[in-house]
Design a protein. Structure first.
Length: 420
């Protein structure tokens, strides 16, 4: 049942946003520290960097594929049950990973169960849940704040997992992470049920007084409409590159640090700095998306990544190079999420936002699959990551350009004629 959603009080709105941010902190903290376990897993299982990179690539893909599926369930039944189920899956997969010793078993625990569980408590479900409960003017800020929660999770969990790995070992680190993910279950309780803001139940924007009301559409009709829209396709193409970039770095930055002869603590600190600086980047993107054209924000975010990678390649590979590179990248890391989600909502409304934004995240994670997997192949066949860095620069520039043709206006759906 769809419940009418009267205007939330400021306190209730902040409570909703903080709960969604806390869930995102936990699920993204679990996801974005996976690269720290690549070397310990390789040592323990002997599967090889390429095989484990493939598992992590599948996890990237599964995280994205799960979101439109769970998003559709959340759009119909409410996000609370979806998030709670995801917490159980994420905890079970993470806890079981240290006890497997074959690639197929690792695919099941880390590649499918953990990744799908994290997807059930991630961007599309949480941003969709808050967008359906908040007025339009607060949605961009809310998405940026929730996104910042994910970055804070990376900032907290990366050094924590690094310290536990160094002290008690990687198995205890994974078990600690599994226990932490169970906290998403009680946090999901306030998000039970499905509430849609009255102004957003059937239309992307209120029609002009002289226009007839737009007809409501089913999910399948909305998906067909979206996949024919050029602006929506451009968002998918740009987000593909974002996923390639992030998955490559999350998975292989520890390996890059090791190849430069630096200790593992440098990679843990660098990942934490990415998360810390993306808090500011996410909040800033959320606020700027309310004032400036969102496609322009996306252009500058992607273009800046290409420049930053180029500067990194030319710089000496010292600890401070990695720290400065991580801090600069952090400002853009997941700052693409608020304007991308905002554009999807602007084009099609919030009724099916969890599903439609989930579809863009699937494209993001298809890119993530290739970023994680090809990084492993590159280091096995060439001995370093040089070609991956070059590919990352080219794709970032392409992503910047592909966002320029996007139309920032609601899709106009003609009303059905009587008797049609």
């Amino acid at each position: 049942m769809t419940n009418a959603n009267p205007a939330l009080s400021p306190r209730a709105a902040w409570t909703l946003i903080l709960i969604a941010s806390a869930i995102m902190m936990i699920t993204m903290g679990a996801r974005l520290t996976s690269g720290l376990f690549l070397s310990p897993l390789n040592t323990a299982t002997g599967l090889g960097v390429a095989s484990i990179s493939f598992v992590m690539a599948v996890a990237q893909l599964m995280w994205g594929a799960a979101q439109p599926v769970f998003g559709a369930v959340a759009d119909k039944y409410g996000p609370g049950r979806v998030i709670a189920l995801g917490g159980v899956m994420l905890a079970a997969g993470t806890a079981a990973t240290p006890f497997v010793d074959s690639q197929w078993a690792l695919l099941l625990t880390m590649g499918f169960l953990s990744a799908a569980g994290a997807g059930a408590g991630s961007f599309s479900i949480l941003i969709g849940a808050t967008a359906q409960r908040l007025p339009a003017e607060r949605r961009a800020f809310a998405s940026g704040f929730i996104n910042a929660g994910g970055s804070f999770g990376q900032f907290v969990f990366a050094p924590l997992m690094g310290a536990i790995i160094a002290g008690a070992g990687w198995i205890w680190a994974m078990l600690t992470m599994a226990a932490a993910t169970l906290l998403t279950i009680p946090l999901a309780w306030p998000l039970r049920g499905r509430k849609v803001a009255a102004a957003s139940v059937t239309t992307p924007a209120a029609p002009a007084a002289s226009q007839p009301a737009l007809p409501s559409v089913s999910l399948s009709q909305q998906l067909r409409e979206a996949m024919r829209d050029r602006s929506y396709i451009c968002l998918h193409l740009g987000f593909f590159t974002c996923g390639f970039h992030i998955a490559f770095l999350v998975t292989h930055l520890p390996g890059e640090v090791a190849m430069c002869g630096l200790p593992a603590s440098v990679s843990a600190t660098a990942l934490a700095l990415i998360g810390l600086f993306n808090i500011a980047g996410s909040l800033g993107a959320g606020m700027l998306a309310s004032r400036y054209r969102m496609k322009s924000l996306l252009f500058w975010i992607y273009a800046s990544r290409a420049v930053l990678v180029g500067i990194y390649l030319l710089a000496p590979k010292t600890e401070w190079t990695f720290y400065l590179f991580a801090a600069a990248l952090g400002a853009t890391w997941l700052a693409t999420v608020p304007p991308t989600a905002g554009l999807v909502g602007k084009l099609f409304g919030v009724r099916y936002l969890a599903t439609l934004f989930g579809m863009t995240l699937l494209s993001h994670q298809i890119g993530g699959f290739f970023g994680a997997w090809l990084g492993g192949l590159a280091v096995v066949h060439t001995g370093d990551y040089s070609w991956m860095w070059y590919a990352d620069m080219v794709l970032a520039l392409a992503a910047a350009l592909v966002n320029l043709p996007i139309r920032e206006a609601a899709v106009v759906r003609a009303p059905k004629l009587a008797g049609a």
